[in-house]
Design a protein around this ligand. Structure first.
Ligand code: SF4
Length: 65
């Protein structure tokens, strides 16, 4: 699911320490830096959000670990 990045989301992401990237997902294999389900991780990685993005790509398989 892709939604537009906006200032409200940016503030709430920081305020509530929201997690939505592969690095916080139980399906992420840190050693190989790949998704255990074989899904593409582009757009879900923390590095994709270091600079202010134009939108947010949520993975429906995200599992908080
Ligand atoms: S399930 Fe989605 S969020 Fe989790 S590692 Fe795979 S691609 Fe990333």
């Amino acid at each position: 699911m892709r939604i537009a990045w906006d200032d409200l989301f940016a503030r709430e992401r920081q305020r509530f320490d929201l997690r939505h990237c592969c690095e916080d997902c139980g399906q992420f294999d840190r050693r190989a830096a790949v998704c255990a389900h074989g899904f593409p991780t582009q757009g879900h990685r923390q590095a994709d959000y270091e600079a202010e993005p134009t939108d947010i790509l949520f993975c429906k398989e995200f599992e908080l670990c």
